[in-house]
Design a protein around this ligand. Structure first.
Ligand code: NDP
Ligand code: 8X3
Length: 252
């Protein structure tokens, strides 16, 4: 029987690449996100390419009731989740704090922080029951450093960094491994979302240097997921070769 991975934010970018990678190495998948059409397309592609089982769930991680009811009503054969990839997240805006847009702050806090907690609160007891499991949280260089305009996004990722450490302690007696991956700039829909659909601004973020690609993060997830039972990777900071810190990028 294949292992089962549950992925949040699988409809684009890093989550989508991780879904393909985990399917390639033989995981059955529960893929989730808000965009139903993307989920369905990805499901069909993965089934055709990798011949694993895929369950697609339309899910907004900000909705605690929905998270709880959809996960707790999973078909019996799907509740044995071996790997949870807490990936769903976003940055919205780059306003300085004194001009901050409250709705942008709430979207980031509700998704990156509270959403990750709702998902973890619901899935970790299922792992505890089986006395095994693995959780990988996608944090960011923004969880280790703060940059201009990053204020609230950085705060959510710093919080996820702390929550990851807390989870590792709490879940230690239950044989559940907890890891985090902190990427630097990855070219995905991330900047398009941050700049609210402004393609020109989004493209500028990745101008003049080679950023990371979602596939690079998927390979990192694969590495963590395939370590022997006695090994845990606590945290990986992965950057483009041309990015030395959140603020230092060598552009040509
Ligand atoms: P994308 O915008 O390409 O993908 C984000 C994913 O998150 C989408 O699948 C989206 O799905 C999902 N998502 C957003 N809001 C919600 C929600 N409320 N409920 C469920 N799913 C949601 O960005 P990335 O792939 O780059 O981002 C993935 C993670 O990586 C994020 O946590 C991000 O902070 C982190 N990260 C990204 C970096 C980068 O430079 N790109 C660098 C470091 C970390 P949908 O819209 O269908 O709901
Ligand atoms: C996303 C990368 O540099 O915008 O977490 O913080 S960055």
């Amino acid at each position: 029987m294949n292992k089962i991975a549950f992925i949040t934010g699988a409809t684009a970018g890093i989550g989508e690449a991780c879904a393909k990678k985990l399917a390639k190495i033989g995981f059955d998948l529960i893929i989730s996100g808000r965009r139903k059409e993307n989920l369905e397309k990805l499901k069909q592609k993965i089934i055709a390419d990798y011949h694993v089982k895929v369950l697609a769930i339309e899910l907004d991680v900000r909705n605690q009731k929905e998270v709880e009811s959809k996960i707790n009503s999973l078909p019996k054969e799907w509740i044995k989740i071996d790997l949870l990839l807490n990936n769903a997240g976003l940055a919205v805006g780059v306003s300085p704090v004194q001009e901050g847009i409250i709705d942008d702050w709430e979207r980031m806090i509700d998704t990156n922080l509270k959403g990750l907690l709702y998902i973890t609160r619901t899935i970790s007891p299922l792992m505890i029951e089986r006395k095994k499991g693995q959780i990988i949280n996608i944090t960011s260089i923004a969880g280790k450093e703060v940059y201009p305009g990053g204020n609230v996004y950085c705060a959510t990722k710093h919080a996820v960094d702390a929550i990851t450490k807390g989870m590792r302690i709490d879940l230690l007696p239950h044989n559940i491994k907890v890891s985090s991956i902190a990427p630097g700039m990855v070219e995905t829909e991330f900047s398009l979302v941050r700049f609210k659909g402004d393609e020109e601004k989004a493209e500028q973020v990745y101008n003049g240097f080679t950023p990371l690609y979602a596939e690079d993060i998927a390979e990192t997830v694969e590495f963590i997921a395939t370590r022997p039972a006695h090994v845990n990777i606590n945290d990986i900071l992965i950057m483009p070769a041309n990015q030395a810190s959140a603020r230092d990028v060598n552009r040509v």
